[in-house]
Design a protein around this ligand. Sequence first.
Ligand code: FDA
Length: 305
Amino acid sequence: MLRQSLLYLSTAGWARSMATQWSVARRVARRFVAGETMDEAIAVAKQLQEQNILSTLDYLGESVGSEEDTREVVDAYQKLIERIAAEKLKATVSVKPTHVGLDISEDLCLNNLRHILTTGKVQGVGVTLDMEGSAHTELTIQLYRTLRDEFDFLNAGTVIQAYLYRSEEDMQALSTEGSHIRLCKGAYLEPPTVAFPLKADVDANYVRLAKVYLQASPASYLCLATHDENMIRQTEQFLAMSQIPSDRYEYQMLYGIRPERQRELAKKHTMRVYVPFGTAWYPYFVRRLAERPANVWFIVKNMFA
Ligand code: FDA
């Protein structure tokens, strides 16, 4: 119930404008957001790299309303990629398709992504298309395939969400195509007609999808994005038992969540942390609260700190 209310609030414009003007919320959001500027995100990526942890940087924002606004986003991503290369960081970038125009037009989004991926290709930086709500799943997967196969962007990747019923079929197909996939549980409010409502079913599907994908083809790469100890344990067992080489997968977590575990995993596997930055932190932050309602108490405590 609390999860659903928070996920509703993550998309409510009135709640966004209230929260973003509230200094306590801004301060608390810093637990999950590297900062408002690129410099702050780069500083976090450097600190992570010193601990043998790679990063993927996300310039926060989604559902941009005009073509002009998407130009600023493309420009910001190109500068970010150039900075990653100049600083010799082992980092990729993550982009939400609606941040570069998917809600305006598919062609605009494709073109914008081509610009970002071209800079990425030149600088040797990977670009992952984040996955948003289920209304965008089909188009995002299509965009990924078009960019990878028609435009030859081997630096492109995308995300599959274990809570969607359709994901088993998607993972099976993607596993044989030499894909670069991040597997996560899924962070949006979805109806039971498209997504498993029960955590136990999502968890079982997560492990099933990881196995299906890793068994299919040695040409595909899997990013195991989860903080769930049970998912980590089960996938680690499978990787060891099936002797999956270490260059075919990595673990991923979000900035600010389980940092000690991130450092531990980095001793055994390739470990990457998702580092978001920018002023449009509100929906990202509220989705993090929804994942763990105990985080709401963290806010309440900070209100009186
Ligand atoms: P689950 O939510 O079951 O949590 C398991 C345990 O992890 C909790 O008991 C707690 O200990 C810890 N934990 C989880 N979330 C926490 C939080 N917010 N604060 C504190 N502790 C927490 N989603 C999506 O829809 N599209 C996307 O593109 C991405 N991209 C993405 C990238 C990366 C690198 C990660 C790690 C995650 C995503 N996600 C995402 C989010 C993902 O779908 C999911 O919502 C979260 O990872 C939470 O799911 P867990 O697998 O961690 O398990």
